[in-house]
Design a protein around this ligand. Structure first.
Ligand code: GLP
Length: 241
């Protein structure tokens, strides 16, 4: 694993944007795997800035997001659909028909998972996948104990994850109990992975990811087995390494 040390959150975001933009400028029809949460917000701001400066176009790009809450419709401002459109897609020239998120409001969730996985394969896989990490080691919404062999599936969210994400909702009762997420196997099939980590509260998780055993009890540890992972982390996140 290649580890890039950034001074702070802002530098982490700039370095990540540079990598993603290089990818798109090299291959205009790149397939991007995108993440939500507070960590990549700065990355999306940088991308918008670079796009507005004329340094990158997303018109031939396809994107797949990692995950979506079950039961929130697209208009819900806590859905990842809303997040991605408001923080990125509405500000760049990506074709709205080329952006993909799991539909957490589908009638048949299993069918939704199957067709999402199929669409990724039909697009010839993900060239570059952006990841964050949860405090319990989740990537996407693959909670501890999720088999490494899983593809896109419905997951019951850990109570600790619901509590960590409650800050975005009016109350903990509003936080969904389930999500659709790409599986670990889906993520591991990405050609390249960029994991962003910021802040001292993530330092222990980052240490476990890099130095701990590879175990389904700490899903992010599987990244040790991927051939092309770059971790971009700030000083605070790297403080336990
Ligand atoms: C969320 C998302 C993950 C994200 C993680 C950390 O629940 N499903 O994709 O990486 O938890 O979020 P944050 O960046 O807000 O700490």
């Amino acid at each position: 694993m290649n580890i890039i040390r950034a001074e702070n959150y802002s530098e982490m975001s700039q370095l990540a944007a540079k990598k993603l933009i290089e990818q798109v400028n090299e291959k205009s029809n790149s397939v991007l795997g995108l993440a939500t949460g507070s960590t990549p917000e700065g990355l999306y701001e940088e991308i918008i800035k670079e796009h507005k400066a004329g340094n990158v176009s997303f018109k031939d790009v396809t994107s797949f997001n990692l995950d979506e809450y079950v039961g929130l419709n697209k208009e819900n401002d806590q859905s990842y659909y809303y997040y991605m459109h408001h923080l990125l897609f509405n500000h760049i020239d990506i074709d709205s028909g080329q952006v993909n998120l799991p539909n957490g409001d589908a009638n048949d969730l299993q069918e939704e998972c199957n067709s999402y996985e199929k669409a990724i394969k039909q697009a010839d896989g993900i060239d570059i996948q952006i990841l964050g990490i949860g405090l319990n080691g989740h990537i996407g919404f693959n909670e501890p104990g999720t088999p490494f062999s899983m593809q896109t599936h419905v997951i019951d969210l850990d109570e600790s994850t619901r509590q960590a994400n409650a800050r975005f909702f009016d109350s903990i009762d509003d936080v969904p109990t389930q999500a659709i997420t790409m599986g670990i196997d889906t993520i591991m099939q990405s050609k390249q992975i960029i994991l962003l980590v910021s802040g001292s509260q993530k330092a222990e998780a980052l240490d476990k990811l890099v130095n701990g055993p590879v175990t389904e009890d700490f899903p992010a540890s599987i990244l040790q087995k991927h051939a092309n992972v770059t971790i971009i982390a700030d000083q605070d996140a790297l403080s336990e390494l």
